[in-house]
Design a protein around this ligand. Structure first.
Ligand SMILES: CSCCC(=O)C(=O)COP(=O)(O)O
Ligand SMILES: [Mg+2]
Length: 233
């Protein structure tokens, strides 16, 4: 269960299912990446950054062509770090020319603005790459929210269901773990954060069909998070 009483100095938020609808990620972002993967690899596959990511894919699945592995991983919604990095690079062009706009639930932007203005340090931790996180907030339906965030963490720091990842994030923030509030829709991620000493709150958004786990504080939207944890409003 979430710690109660310690003032929240920082909020670390998940994206899919927390700030953003699951449908946007699954029905817009992932199909966009799948549709443009081949063209992207044809154009950029020899560039050092991309070829290093392809080598990572190949080292994980040596008996399959990396391009086929990436297509399969997209279809399976695998949270594999090199896939996530390549997806972010593909989405970059879509956000830049207006084919993509980052979905945010309407309650999210006003709260993020109020929390940042009130001195709460905002961070993001998602399976999506750091670039994908900057893009979704930087090109959001509510405008450019990227300046509100002090930092972004992806699975390069560790998996979202591992307590060590949250301990590493707390160390990077330089705050006691109990003063950091982690928001997510996924109970196993919240379990890991709580095991590292972070305060936790599960976003249980009816529109996403999230099921309450019953072992963390719960909120249906960001204003309810603010009310529960005494955040600026
Ligand atoms: C950061 S936008 C892309 C989201 C994504 O690729 C993903 O896998 C969602 O994972 P999350 O950890 O935000 O639930
Ligand atoms: Mg999520």
């Amino acid at each position: 269960m979430a710690a109660r009483g310690a003032a929240v100095g920082a909020v670390v938020t998940d994206v899919e299912g927390t700030t953003t609808s699951i449908a946007f990620v699954k029905d817009s972002l992932f199909p966009f990446a799948a549709a443009h993967l081949d063209d992207f690899l044809d154009a950029h596959g020899e560039e050092p950054e991309v070829s290093a990511l392809l080598a990572e894919v190949e080292s994980e699945v040596p008996d399959e062509e990396p391009r086929a592995t990436l297509h399969r991983w997209i279809a399976e919604d695998r949270k594999a770090t090199p896939l996530k990095a390549i997806q972010g690079m593909i989405w970059r062009a879509g956000y830049a020319d207006g084919r993509l706009h980052g979905h945010l639930w309407p309650d999210v932007a006003p709260c993020l603005r109020a929390w940042a203005a009130g001195g709460v340090a905002l961070y993001c931790y998602s399976s999506g790459s750091e670039e994908a996180q900057r893009l979704i907030f930087g090109h959001s339906v509510a405008g450019d929210l990227a300046p509100l965030f002090r930092g972004y963490f992806d699975t390069r720091i560790g998996g979202k269901r591992e307590a060590a990842s949250y301990a590493a994030i707390a160390a990077r923030l330089g705050l006691p773990a109990g003063e950091i509030l982690f928001l997510s829709d996924v109970a196993e991620e919240l379990d890991a954060a709580a095991a590292a000493g972070l305060a936790t709150c599960q976003l249980v958004r009816p529109a996403d069909g999230t099921v309450a786990a019953g072992r963390h504080a719960e909120a249906a939207d960001f204003p309810a998070v603010a009310a529960r944890f005494g955040l600026p409003r």
